[in-house]
Design a binder for this molecule. Sequence first.
Ligand code: NAD
Length: 347
Amino acid sequence: MAEKKLRMGVIGAGGIARTQMKHLKTYPDVELVAAADISEANLTKATDEYGVARTYADYQKMLATEELDAVTVCTPNGLHCENAIAALEAGCHVLVEKPLAMNAEEGRRMVEAAHQARKQFVIAFQWRYNPKTQFIHHLAKQGRFGDILVMNVAALRRRGIPNWGVFGRKDLQGGGPLIDIGVHVMEMAHYVMGAPRPVSASGQIWQYIGNRPSDVACSWPNWDHESYTVEDLAVGQIRFENGAVMNVQASFAAHVKECWTFDFMGTRGGADFETGTVRCDEDGYMVDKTPAFLPKVDPFERKMRAFVDTALHGRPNEAPAEDGLMIQKMIDAIYASAEAGREVPIA
Ligand SMILES: NC(=O)c1ccc[n+]([C@@H]2O[C@H](COP(=O)([O-])OP(=O)(O)OC[C@H]3O[C@@H](n4cnc5c(N)ncnc54)[C@H](O)[C@@H]3O)[C@@H](O)[C@H]2O)c1
């Protein structure tokens, strides 16, 4: 008997969908049945380059016409909520690209829809599959760091405002670097911490570069400064139920040394993602350790394989949408605190 295949549909066939389809088309247990997009050019690419069988200008029509087992949502953030809920209600397992949604209110409705539909709902967080994250997470789970007290995370670009898509549009994206790239380093750090519940946050955001013309040489020049309504730089501090604190920094544009990392201090040890170094006390000495070898893993490929394994083969969901909702609550609270000018609670 032929192996059952996961019949998949794609909503939003742009840049990240192509990275996803590059992997999906190589899986023998996946059939790329259909894609929906408002861009005909992107639909043509989906057919020609990734073998997608049928295409639709209207994703609702795709959901109504095709008998899909699973859908991946790869649209701009502002559409994640309606796309994911429609796919869940159509009886599909859903993978939604990061961030989960525009805000936690949308995220709550999405998670509730998944419970109602009794379908797997996975957030496309790939950084937890990075071999260094896996190494540090493994040690944290064994209790090797004791209690993690302070976690510092940073996703800092010096001049890296996307000059494609709608990443500068607050109305379509929900925010700037915090929700777009801060979300990545926050998710891997929060995963290493064992996903404690956030209870309050304090934050500040600034916009002083992206909203005006610039002649500074950079790799992504000529972004649309006229429609740029998001922050250039965001900082925040989140308190967790267990007393731990996370400090967050994220920028599209700032006078800063670029980095993409987390580091932390625990009661028995610490570590940093950038170098993979573990810091602890051993035999009366302060010791730094790094792994001599880490398996070569493409975290993005791992996330796609993990989704298929969960949706088709019933394996545990390693990135539940609830994890995305917790990160979303932290992001919302940093933005809300910046607006209010004081620390705000997280419900
Ligand atoms: N996991 C990652 O590392 C990663 C990287 C980049 C982007 N993303 C996320 O992926 C999402 C998309 O980003 P992208 O870089 O692919 O953007 P993109 O602009 O390249 O693609 C978005 C696609 O959605 C389509 N679209 C817009 N409105 C639509 C509608 N009403 N119905 C159907 N399709 C519609 C657009 O035509 C486009 O093809 C964002 O949420 C982003 O945060 C994730």
